[in-house]
Design a protein around this ligand. Structure first.
Ligand code: ADP
Ligand code: MG
Length: 262
């Protein structure tokens, strides 16, 4: 989004944590340290007060528009002088491939799959999220522990066990949940891949032999569980059924608030 000349000139950068003050373009948003904390036990040896960047999470079902929105947020943030990095599910160098392989074999118990994903998360926390925040980056997470917890909860995994497991996670500066109707999700997934994903349709739960029916039932359960987690963890819902630009405008307003908020 290009700002009018007048507003470009009116904001004077003081300290960005990314660029030296004198090199910063006039419309860079100023980053002050924000209070950080872990949900529980955290990561040994990491002091949250050293983490000067921002952690912004976009949650939402498959096809809810996360990739689309994150790509635009990155363009916008980088154009205003912020360094960004990204994390997401199944993106760790450590076990990304093994996790895929294990899922294809479909022989792991729910608990083992859960721990596999937790390992994938822990690796990215250690190697991308924490170093990025320490260096003053805006770290954008394409889903976080909430989707992982919701998937596990609908498969009967104990909540206190999950809460303890993800006590290692850092509390994000903001979590935006893109909520999209199951009908729109199906339409968008087809537009993207011409198919539904076995796991994103909850086919392992035996809800229905029909993948469409299973997808809708499974996504309803996930949305309901995310709703409960939302009340517990306090994240913001964004109506993702609207056009891309409208969703982006709301996200940018939310991110801007976080960047200015200190
Ligand atoms: N707000 C929107 N309205 C209509 N279609 C959208 C919207 N956001 C994304 N899409 C389309 O839906 C599909 C899935 O979007 P994507 O960003 O890949 O979702 P995700 O990363 O959440 O799975 C893509 O084809 C994308 O162009
Ligand atoms: Mg995506």
């Amino acid at each position: 989004m290009t700002k009018p000349e007048s507003s470009r000139k009116s904001r004077r950068p003081v300290r960005t944590g990314v660029l030296p003050v004198e090199d910063a373009p006039a419309d860079v948003l100023v980053l002050k340290p924000s209070a950080k904390r872990f949900y529980g036990h955290g990561v040994p040896g990491v002091h949250p007060e050293e983490l000067g960047g921002r952690l912004i999470v976009i949650e939402g079902a498959d096809g809810s528009g996360r990739s689309t929105q994150i790509a635009r947020l990155v363009d916008w943030l980088e154009a205003t002088g912020h360094a960004t990095s990204q994390v997401g599910l199944k993106r760790s160098n450590l076990i990304r491939d093994e996790l895929d392989e294990a899922k294809h074999k479909n022989t792991l118990s729910h608990t083992t799959i859960s721990l596999f994903y937790a390992t994938d998360f822990a690796d990215q926390l250690d190697n991308v999220i924490l170093p990025g925040l320490r260096a003053g980056y805006i770290v954008l997470a394409d889903r976080y522990i909430y989707t992982l917890m919701a998937r596990d909860i609908v498969r009967g995994i104990d909540r206190p066990w999950l809460r303890n497991l993800y006590g290692m996670a850092l509390v994000p500066d903001a979590v935006f949940h893109l909520q999209v109707s199951p009908e729109n999700l199906i339409e968008r997934n087809f537009a993207k891949d011409f198919m539904l994903d076995y796991w994103e349709s909850g086919m392992d739960l035996g809800l229905s032999r029909d993948m469409f029916e299973s997808f809708i039932e499974y996504q309803k359960r996930i949305v309901a569980t995310l709703g409960e987690l939302q009340r517990e963890y306090g994240f913001q819902t964004i109506d993702g059924d609207r056009p891309v630009d409208d969703v982006q405008a709301e996200l940018r307003a939310g991110v801007e608030k976080v960047l200015k908020g200190g």
